[in-house]
Design a protein. Structure first.
Length: 372
């Protein structure tokens, strides 16, 4: 099923709708999941598991809105998370930290009903604004008259795997990248998909902390990854790959989230001291080859700041096509774009890089919840 297809809008009239907040009973959870499973525009970030992942790891309160007709049939959903502010009012976000989420709906009237309830919720909790994300712009007939503000900033990168094989991929990436892959192989690097154990999470988190510190960014708290793997791992929706050097030490890794026929390159880590051996190139090649064998049709690199030219170039060399994607806001005006890669944040990033790792872990991990 193609997530990039335009949203279909049935011509028939929509029955009267009731919008409410989803409960937490097994029946409620099952009905939400059933709707997500069949909605053409649904993504892995609409999965109910994120409600507990964000609540446990980051303390986010959530409001999962459900629009039902008079017969109790779900016509649309809208997952919203209350993201606190260090100073000022909280935000309602769908979904935090990622590049997609937002409402799912059967028709424009359901979209409007969900948005109206979200606006009431915004007032009730004193939120500054509502922010939701999508990799596909909403058609004008859907958003006309809603008061939504659209802001285009982030660059989305996707590689089509359809029709590729290991041989074709190796040929398509070009001589320079092929040499980097061979360089990593000569260095004895190995890429493996790892069982999700406590030891594997410990190895991953050690690299995550060091990698984030090198970027001048706060790390996620360890419970975020523990809960992510606990809830998504058994369904093979979250997979952990790692790169081992010749001695067996883990020097790089990535978390891939499986979203129907799309694989999302969600989190990636590596140690700067090992990058001369090209672990990231070998890791991407091996992971993409595995996904091609499994019949995966797209490799989604996610979204990045347009100022990250080096990272965007790295993704293009892996055949990624790049487009600007929108975010939508409800409020008096679109809030200032928070782009940690922008030059005005360089002083903060520089200070973060200089902090000893134990201090960075203790002081910065608790702050990440404010940036969702």
């Amino acid at each position: 099923m193609d997530h990039l297809s335009p949203i279909e809008m049935p011509a028939e009239s929509t029955p009267a709708l009731i919008v409410r907040i989803l409960g937490e009973t097994p029946d409620e959870v099952a009905r939400w999941q059933a709707y997500v499973a069949t909605a053409p525009a649904a993504t892995i970030y609409h999965d109910i598991a994120w409600r507990e992942i964000f609540r446990l790891a980051l303390g986010y309160r959530s409001y999962f809105l459900v629009a039902e007709d008079r017969l109790g049939r779900i016509r649309g959903i809208f997952p919203l998370y209350r993201v606190p502010a260090m100073f000022g009012r909280p935000r309602l976000v769908s979904v935090p930290f990622r590049d997609r989420g937002g409402p799912l709906f059967d028709d424009p009237a359901t979209f409007t009903a969900l948005l109206d309830e979200a606006k009431r919720l915004k007032i009730d909790i004193g939120a500054s604004h509502i922010e939701f994300k999508t990799i596909v712009p909403y058609p004008e007939p859907v958003i006309v008259g809603t008061g939504l503000i659209r802001a285009d900033h982030w660059m989305h990168s996707v590689t089509s795997l359809a029709g590729l094989s290991k041989t074709k991929l190796l040929k398509a990436v070009g001589d320079k990248t092929r040499n980097m892959i061979r360089q990593a192989e000569r260095a004895g690097l190995q890429v493996v998909e790892t069982d999700i154990t406590s030891a594997a999470i410990t190895s991953w988190y050690r690299l995550h902390q060091s990698s984030q510190k090198g970027l001048g960014l706060p790390p996620f708290p360890r419970p975020f990854f523990e809960k992510l793997f606990a809830d998504l791992g058994p369904r093979r929706l979250a997979r952990l790959f790692q790169v081992n050097d010749a001695s067996g030490s883990v020097i790089a890794g990535c978390i891939v989230l499986m979203d129907r026929d799309t694989a999302i390159y969600a989190y990636s880590v590596s140690l700067p001291i090992n990058r001369h051996a090209r672990p990231n190139d070998l890791m991407l090649f091996r992971v993409m080859c595995r996904l091609i064998e499994e019949g995966c049709r797209r490799f989604d690199f996610g979204a990045d700041s347009p100022s990250q030219s080096g990272l965007l170039f790295f993704k293009r060399k892996w055949l990624a096509e790049q487009t600007t994607i929108p975010r939508y806001y409800v409020g008096e005006q679109a809030p200032e774009m928070i782009d940690s890669s922008a030059g005005r944040f360089e002083l903060v990033r520089s200070i973060t890089r200089r902090l000893p790792l134990p201090i960075a872990r203790a002081t910065l991990a608790p702050l990440v919840r404010y940036f969702g």
